[in-house]
Design a protein around this ligand. Structure first.
Ligand SMILES: [Fe+2]
Ligand SMILES: [Fe+2]
Length: 369
């Protein structure tokens, strides 16, 4: 790709040059100017495509997996959400992976740990639990749970519970891109509960309070579960005293209560509330984001394409794609749960953000779905 711009590669092929390139290739070498403009674009060019995964379409297929494979055979019984242009790395957007996992009452998946950081957002069912390094957590709809990198974790549903479906989010593709991915199955297949149930929440979830002398030096949050009720109440309280973000409405990040930093080293997460009728302004930034509509109905316009969503629909915003969100209801609020790779962008000094238009305008919608 030639560019007639000073400082950019603009070399015309000649028979002599082509022969030279072939000779370099035989020596596992190459001429940088043949690829320089592609590998150093003027701005980030995501290969991910803005995509929506509609829950009402996928739910039956997720349930069908129960008839087809057992958790023992599958390891994890999950329907992956694959971005059409990122299938080869099993990514949903950028270097993030996501999937829908289903479990029947009494089922459990064996304990394991991996380099990838992971989270779950509970979509339906009752009696689900996760154990992280011996800390058992009980889970309900719209609860957000961490299984940080390197921690032993296992998931299950109590005999007395109902069929459960949740969204998994991991950075498996990033770990593979960095060639740093390890996976281990627990030597005993299951880990024992070593602490009182829900002790992580009892210790670290009190607003503005930490146990005296708290010490926590791990790179992830000691609070593993962020319950929906307190998250939603916090957003409603905050909404009473703020105009919110121009681009995101009333948005709060899930944080490590000890440091105030992101919940995990490579994955951040947030919940945002769009007031009735709210339509945010458009912006773009580095970093990939997966969204799940946690409440209500609305739409997001991503790279000029409008995606209408309702509760439990999942969609992605690729890096540097212009996006804006809207609440379709004039009377009810709408909430979006999201997870992202922004901690990676920020810790590597790569975060960049800009408004779509100086006057804060909206995008022109090219395609309505
Ligand atoms: Fe896992
Ligand atoms: Fe954004």
């Amino acid at each position: 790709m030639r560019e007639d711009i000073p400082g950019r590669s603009n070399v015309q092929d000649t028979p002599e040059l082509l022969a030279y390139y072939r000779r370099l290739e035989t020596l596992n070498a190459g001429a940088l100017w043949t690829v320089a403009n592609e590998i150093e674009p003027w701005f980030p060019k995501s290969s991910s495509i803005p995509t929506i995964w509609r829950y009402e379409t996928l739910r039956d297929l997720v349930l069908k997996s129960v008839d087809l494979v057992t958790p023992e055979k599958a390891g994890r019984r999950v329907v992956m959400l694959t971005n059409p242009a990122r299938r080869h790395v099993s990514a949903s957007v950028g270097w993030l992976y996501s999937g829908l996992q289903v479990m029947r009452p009494g089922e459990l998946a064996t304990a394991h740990r991996h380099s990838a950081s992971a989270l779950r957002f509970i979509m339906e069912g009752s009696g689900a639990y996760t154990v992280v390094d011996g800390h058992k957590m009980t889970l309900s709809g719209r609860d957000f749970v961490l299984t940080p990198n390197g921690t032993w974790h296992q998931h299950g549903v109590e005999e007395s519970g109902g069929w459960c479906i949740w969204q998994d989010g991991l950075d498996i593709p990033l770990m593979n891109a960095l060639e740093a991915n390890f996976f281990e199955v627990h030597p005993d297949m299951l880990q024992p509960d070593m602490y009182p149930v829900d002790d992580s929440s009892a210790t670290y979830a009190a607003p503005g309070l930490l146990p005296q002398g708290s010490r926590w030096d791990k790179g992830y949050s000691p609070l593993f579960k962020y319950g929906w009720d307190s998250t939603y109440e916090s957003l409603q309280r905050f909404a009473r005293v703020t105009d919110g973000s121009l681009f995101d409405g009333v948005i709060m990040e899930f944080v490590n209560p000890v440091t105030g930093g992101p919940v995990m080293q490579t994955i951040g997460a947030a919940m945002q509330l769009l007031r009735p009728g709210e339509h945010t302004r458009a912006h773009r930034h580095t970093g990939s984001i997966m969204y799940q509509a946690a409440k209500g109905t609305g739409f997001s316009i991503i790279s000029g394409r409008r995606f209408d969503w309702k509760e439990k629909d999942i969609f992605c915003v690729p890096s540097w794609s212009v996006h804006e969100h809207g609440n379709a209801s004039a009377s009810e609020d709408a909430c979006l749960f999201s997870f992202n790779d922004l901690p990676v962008m920020r810790s590597l000094g790569l975060y960049r953000e800009e408004a779509y238009a100086p006057d804060g305008g909206h995008q022109i919608v090219e395609t309505v779905q």
